[in-house]
Write a protein of this length. Sequence first.
Length: 386
Amino acid sequence: MMNFDYHNPTHIVFGRERLHELDRLIPENAKVLVLFGGGSVRRNGTLEKVLAGLGKRDVIEFGGIEPNPRFNTLMKAVDVVGKENIDFLLAVGGGSVMDGTKFIAAAAHYPGNPEDLLKHGFAPLPIESAVPLATVATLPATGSEMNMGAVISHKSGKLPVMSPLLYPQFSVLDPTLTFSLPPVQVANGVVDAFVHVLEQYVTYPVEAKVQDRMAEGILKTLIECGPVTLAEPENYDARANLMWSATSALNGYIGVGVPQDWSTHMIGHELTDLFGMDHAQSLAIVQPSLWKIRKDKKRGKLLQYAERVWDILEGTDDERIDQAISMTRSFFESLGVKTRLSQYRIEQADIAKVINALENHGMTALSETGDMDLAISNQILQDAYA
């Protein structure tokens, strides 16, 4: 196991009917900016409950944060923070609203050009303060409710933002708030969480037994609860386990002391940016083909994944790996998430655009070992086409 430090300050408030507790969780004299997306939280009554939970505080609303939150939209919220002297941000929504709120929190206190905050990749931002923030999670998927990262859409691409100052102070996770989600968002959330785990788990063995077993437990839970959640939208237990799985997939705990990959995400970000597909759809396309091309590099962990997650015990090593890859693809497709580029009306010639974007963004040495160049990324995308 590798050396590591681990600290996660986010207070999780989990369970039914917890929104009234906002009144004790947020400072009494705070002026709060409530941020949300396209309006579903208003239509389904969640926003009304949030506002009631905030009591007599001075509250301003900011809606319209898009999926894959856009820099220009977020800068409008930054202006509101400054003009209205906002001192607390509350994100109500899924990963995009949470990610956007994190960027707003950083940009509002940043003395320089906020675009500079998008130039640091996965390195911590050079910021000394941020507006305090919290979240009410309405879509289990990204884990943004319990980590310090965000991904922002800019004219130059999808870009990460990271800082320990961007951990939510608290996050309310009420599974009942997800009952009204459209099936496609539920399916996307399952895939997103699943691949978050895989990026930290299917690398190479380092004898991190606790992290491995926890990762495997999350994967098996998603396999079990994902289909149930789709079939029974108001099954509380299934929703609760899906929600906590998504949070646990990316709150840092299973990733300590182990190598991490994130190649699937880096390629997936370019697919989303270029072609407008959902983030989870891009992951479902890339992951099986990446394993097929890279299986010799990941052999040990793929065999462990085959045995412990899919209970594949018979056959040669290659047969077991191939079966595990096939079962992963089938799992994604059983949720209604297509796994081939050609199924999204993308032409094979368009793969060159993805490779060019990877090169322009410096994504030329991906993987947990840094040996995945553009030629290998091209192989993966060609295999993922049809």
